[in-house]
Design a protein around this ligand. Structure first.
Ligand code: PEP
Ligand code: MN
Length: 285
């Protein structure tokens, strides 16, 4: 089973067997994002709102997340929405807000780029470019981010196979950018929006880590769709070998009915604090 997976994969430069110095299954290729290492000994916490909705909201969430133990700030200025009538993000104004919040907090910014034509604009404001689940096989977008030197957070398509995901990473790497972090965010099954949004595929962490030295993080917010499940799944992801977590956070006491995207999945700061403690191995501290 194991051997056949390795044999069945195409010759990709991101595979250990083709990456000199990373043949051993225990090494990683750390990715440094504004001074924060992903893929080192410490587990990295990337946290923030689903969408940048205003300067005040983004700053408040960022400060609360930082106080709770986050290392990097996430937040979408361009949002991939199923319904074209839903809030699409603040666009360039959202990028300006993220840059200002970074200036105030010192937190590096991770934000999504949806369009190959906007890579330059987003890269000018971001420390890490997120490729969302729905864009995992947008090959021109992957090529364009591969031409930058900006770290890339490559989310798994919600029905992508292991091979398809690795091939997507290869599109980025073959342009010269190997600053790639893979992010598992759940795959869609019959559970969809019953007890959870998706199934968090923790099975994939071990094979991924065996096959490639690229760091792997886990997003239990988008996989569960329900903040009450996020602490347990965060613990599970760390136990299963994730190098870090991507988490949506809301302001303490925020009215979820007023949030413009993914209202039910953001954890309040006190839960983030527990997750960060678990990630540091000081559970209950
Ligand atoms: C997000 O992280 O904001 C997001 C839209 O996630 P995904 O692409 O995994 O659905
Ligand atoms: Mn979201």
């Amino acid at each position: 089973m194991t051997a056949s997976l390795e044999q069945s994969l195409p010759e990709l430069e991101i595979l250990r067997r083709n990456w000199p110095g990373h043949e051993s299954p225990t090494t990683t290729h750390p990715v440094v994002v504004r001074g924060v290492t992903i893929g080192g000994l410490d587990r990295t916490i990337i946290a923030g709102p689903c969408a940048v909705e205003s300067f005040e909201q983004t700053l408040a969430v960022a400060q609360a997340a930082q106080a709770a133990g986050a290392h990097l700030l996430r937040g979408g200025a361009y949002k991939p929405r199923t319904n074209p009538h839903s809030f699409q993000g603040l666009g360039p104004a959202g990028l300006e807000i993220l840059a200002e919040v970074r200036r105030r907090t010192g937190l590096g910014v991770v934000t999504e780029v949806l369009d190959p034509r906007l890579v330059e604009q987003v890269a000018a404001h971001a420390d890490m470019l997120q490729i969302g689940s729905r864009s995992m096989q947008n090959f021109p977008l992957l090529t364009e981010v591969g031409r930058t030197e900006v770290p890339v957070l490559l989310k798994r398509g919600f029905s992508a196979t292991l091979e398809e995901w690795l091939c997507a990473a290869e599109y980025v790497a073959q342009e010269g950018n190997r600053r790639i972090v893979l992010c598992e965010r759940g795959v869609r099954t019959s559970c969809h929006w019953s007890y959870a949004r998706s199934v968090l595929d923790l099975n994939i962490l071990e094979p991924l880590r065996r096959l490639t030295p690229l760091p792997v993080v886990v997003d239990p917010s988008h996989s569960t769709g329900d903040w009450r499940l996020v602490l347990a799944l965060s613990r599970a992801a760390i136990a299963a070998g994730a190098h870090g977590l991507v988490l949506e956070v809301i302001e303490s006491g925020a009215d979820r009915r007023l949030l413009r995207s993914d209202a039910q999945q953001g954890v309040p700061p006190d839960v983030l604090e527990e997750i960060a403690a678990a990630a540091r191995g000081v559970v209950g501290a």
